[in-house]
Design a protein around this ligand. Structure first.
Ligand code: OAD
Length: 253
């Protein structure tokens, strides 16, 4: 590991050693080493697909089958992915610190599969469905890990109408309970931003709010983002490498 990287790792580990409340804000880069494609950058999903054609309520209203084909394909691909070292370290930290939250924009569920406690699903879960018509008979969301679905779109088990993916689309609000818990989690000692391009709001504003409330803030991303200058530390490296290195320093101390 380059000298500057290892000194950054020591700085972050030092902060974590003295921390009781740790919050991590994560994006697609956390799952990159698991083989889940990111949205932007080389190989990003938005190079081949247009968000407004696939990830908006208008797109679903226009062509529910097309939207479901995309989610069904992603569900099949994610089903074959495993948590990587970065997920494992965060799972360990969720038990190590007195107060820990992982605010994730990812919908893949690899955080829970790694054993993380207190995952706040900012953009929902690809493994949950809800009734497109919002029928009162169905629970707001239900879990369904079928991949692929035998017929698309899948149906609401109660009213027989279309089911939709339990994710937050562009133009939709964050679940109020998740938003409240995420904002509360910004009252922390260390706020770490891992693998997000920090361009989609409100998630992109969370670390700056934590900084405003007095947290030590750090980013882990091989490509430093626009918010990096406003944080206390930007570690230019991959999550699975940097988090592993920080964890090794912590477990030696
Ligand atoms: P992006 O694809 O925008 O950004 C992924 C980030 O991960 C980039 O900044 C990469 O440099 C970084 N990265 C790549 N490999 C990495 C690695 N091994 N370790 C650490 N970082 C790595 O993904 P998000 O920021 O998560 O929203 O995107 C935010 C939202 O935009 C998503 O939740 C999704 C998308 O459109 C919705 O669908 C509503």
């Amino acid at each position: 590991m380059a000298e500057s990287l290892s000194s950054d790792v020591r700085v972050l580990a030092g902060r974590l050693e003295n921390a009781a409340r740790v919050t991590v804000v994560a994006g697609a880069g956390l799952s990159a080493a698991s083989g889940v494609p990111t949205f932007r950058g080389p190989g990003g999903l938005w190079k081949d697909f247009r968000p407004e054609e696939l990830a908006t309520p208008e797109a679903f209203a226009r062509d529910p089958r097309l939207v479901w084909e995309w989610y069904d394909w992603r569900r099949q691909s994610i089903a074959g992915c495993r948590p990587n070292r970065a997920h494992e370290v965060l799972a360990a930290w969720s038990r190590r610190f007195a107060t820990f939250a992982l605010v994730t924009q990812n919908v893949d569920g690899l955080e829970e599969r790694a054993g993380t406690i207190n995952v706040l699903r900012f953009h929902g879960s690809i493994w949950e469905l809800s009734c497109w018509d919002g029928c009162r008979a169905a629970p707001a969301r239900w879990r369904d890990e079928t991949a692929p679905f035998p017929a698309l779109p899948p149906r609401c088990p109660r009213c027989g109408g279309f089911a939709r993916p339990g994710v937050v689309w562009f133009g939709e609000p964050i679940d109020p309970g998740v938003l409240r818990a995420s904002l509360e989690a910004l009252d922390c000692d260390v706020c770490l931003v891992v693998g997000t391009s920090a361009v989609v709001y409100p998630a992109a504003g969370l670390a700056l709010e934590a900084a405003r409330r007095g947290a030590f803030t750090a980013e882990i991303n091989p490509e430093p983002t626009e918010v990096a200058n406003d944080l206390d530390l930007a570690i230019a490296g991959r999550a699975e490498v940097v988090l592993d290195a920080v964890e090794r320093v912590l477990s030696e101390s």
